[in-house]
Design a protein around this ligand. Sequence first.
Ligand SMILES: NC(=O)NCCC(=O)O
Length: 403
Amino acid sequence: MRKGELESAGNSKMSSEICLKSLESCLEKYIPGNELKEVKRILYGRSDDNAIEVPEETMAIAAKHGFEVRAFSIPAQKEQLRTPRIVRVAAIQNSICLETTARLEAQRQAIYDKITNIIKAAAAAKANIVCMQEAWTMPFAFCTREKFPWCEFAEDAKHGPTTKLIQTLAAQYNMVIISPILERDSEHSDIIWNTAVVISNRGNYLGKHRKNHIPRVGDFNESTYYYEGNTGHPIFETEFGKIAINICYGRHHPQNWMMFGLNGAEIVFNPSATVGALSEPLWGVEARNAAIANSYFTVAINRVGTESFPNEFTSGDGKKAHQDFGPFYGSSYIAAPNGVRTPGLSRDQDGLLIAEIDLNLCRQVKDFWGFPMTQRLPLYAESFAKVCDLNFKPQIIREGDNN
Ligand SMILES: NC(=O)NCCC(=O)O
């Protein structure tokens, strides 16, 4: 395969030969002006990215610390009886900082320092709500199946060191911050969970949500560490809108997205950790489809970089043992209920993505498309109840049945 050529979605192998910075950079490089506009209209929902200016202070912090910043707006129509509800949401994608063999405290502190700088840049760009990637304080070590030392990263959701740091930053910058961590519930037998903690813009602990769907695919051996979440589908009412978190693998489950919508979410964040060989062709589809189907905004966030572990592990597929997942592909993006999406951040670099959105768009799209009205929930409630019965008989009609 030649450099720059894309492999088909059916071929899940990612070639190290290909250095694709982002899908958009490739489109922009090879598609001429007018056609590019039309391609973007069809692929991204609008012909113009609607990039907005990023303040100098943000750019200076980004230049000093080596991360990308991109900012876009997603407006709504002006209404006569409601004022616009303009909110700036931000996503942070990043690599880890030190080798996974470094002392845990040093690894975590180095990530804290990196994220503190990116949050500072987000604050300078007037972000109201910021979300980090899944398990942001640590390497995504769940491929290894080793308990030691990785479980040591788990910490109390309300009183742990990460929440303390985030509370300080949230209050300092008047920002709601979503902090996805590995949680240890010391009040309940020291059980570990994959959890997103929500801190209000006054620095108060608003609550937490535990990951509902735990993967058992490829090297994602997360069920070795934690169980399916028990916190339902909470919506956090903040000064900047009603928000929810669908953690990583939950994005493959339409009902998970739907329940956040039914509880009234206006923005659903999807902090993730996923690799190209497994899921890259799905990435641009799932969170965007959820935004359309549920009339809310979605913010899909993935880490970058390759994290190598000291001991080899296998994927249970007969292939050679290895020490890393392969690269996490970043590509964080924001999607709107009308199907518009921002370009993605790069596939390989730390980044801050900001979108200025008007939450009025949620209701406007509900009125236009009528998806909540036409959803037929009672029909599905009845069908789901039947499917959950152990004696369920699938509704299949075969040739000859009706003769
Ligand atoms: N972190 C996580 O749930 N990853 C699973 C892989 C995927 O859903 O793409």
